[in-house]
Design a protein around this ligand. Structure first.
Ligand code: NDP
Length: 276
């Protein structure tokens, strides 16, 4: 299986080109899935306080025996902990559950514009990075206006914005905004969780031509857009399949056939979604 490429981040670190999502695994499932994924060659793991599986994720990391410095561990700040002091405390709780000395990538899970405290959280995250407890700071579900505000007020740009991205929602404008600032786009629900995306005949046709599965076609599509997909799978065979996308190339015609399917969100709208 070809190895996963790494992309540069705007803070001097790097990020693996594909990772493992862990929602909605519980601690037991996360421990097994993370352990197995790391043994297969995954090096980017995505969890969050609100997934309530940081403990299992940390156990899976320890169990795998993969050296800590080879793994990029991501977790996220929940809405109920927005604010400066709240963020410092919440991060410390995440770090304890994960059982790690540092977290590689810490994200604000949702911006919650009505609450309007994400800027205070961002300042706390920048401090935690300066203290060496976080390697890279980022956001999730942020709009360009919200990212501009972070930069204007603190001078620090996120390294990553993790957003809903799949062929039903290609996010062209947002990706162009990120590219102009060297912000890496991470794709959540990259396989279009719960939709009929993987049953689409056009995607099946592309898959047939390349001798791969529809899921591999969709994940390869993310890679060729320059995005980092984090497919969730607790199944060993599908984990392997999802990692094996670096040995074929989609043509421009393939790409056009894949993302020609309108725009449909599966998850919340960042301007209005509230989760605490
Ligand atoms: P995905 O698009 O990754 O889809 C996951 C579903 O696809 C599961 O049911 C999985 O089943 C199935 N699947 C996985 N691989 C294959 C395959 N090769 N063939 C067929 N089916 C497959 O959706 P998610 O919503 O889970 O997104 C991925 C991750 O993104 C989450 O786990 C989470 O870490 C993150 N996320 C972040 C959000 C945010 O707000 N920042 C919001 C939502 C998700 P099975 O496990 O049985 O293989």
């Amino acid at each position: 299986m070809p190895s996963v490429p790494a992309y540069p981040l705007n803070d001097g670190s790097t990020i693996p080109g594909l990772g493992l999502g862990t929602y909605p695994m519980d601690d037991t499932e996360a421990e097994q899935a993370v352990d197995h994924a790391l043994r297969l060659g995954y090096r980017l793991i995505d969890t969050a306080t609100n997934y309530r599986n940081e403990t299992g994720t940390g156990r899976g990391i320890a169990r795998s025996g993969v050296p800590r410095d080879e793994i990029m561990v991501t977790t996220k700040l929940p809405g109920r902990d927005h604010g400066y002091e709240e963020t410092l405390r919440s991060f410390e709780e995440s770090r304890a559950r994960l059982g790690l000395e540092y977290v590689d990538l810490y994200l604000i899970h949702w911006p919650l514009p009505r609450v309007d405290k994400y800027l205070d959280s961002w300042k706390a995250m920048v401090k935690l990075r300066a203290d060496g407890l976080i390697r890279s700071v980022g956001v999730s579900n942020f709009t360009p206006a919200q990212i501009r505000r972070l930069q204007d007020e603190t001078g620090v740009l996120p390294s990553v914005n993790q957003v809903e991205l799949h062929p039903l929602l290609p996010q062209d404008e947002l990706r162009a905004f990120h590219a102009g600032r060297n912000i890496v786009t991470e794709s959540w629900s990259p396989l279009g969780r719960g939709s009929d995306l993987l049953d689409d005949p056009a995607i099946a046709a592309v898959a047939g031509n390349h001798g791969v599965s529809p899921a591999q076609v969709v994940l390869r599509w993310h890679t060729q857009l320059g995005a980092v997909p984090i497919p969730k799978s607790g199944d060993r065979g599908r984990q392997r399949e999802n990692l094996d996308i670096f040995g074929f190339e989609l043509s421009p015609e393939d790409i056009a056939a894949i993302d020609d399917r309108g725009h449909r969100r599966i998850g919340g709208d960042p301007d209005t979604h509230e989760e605490f």
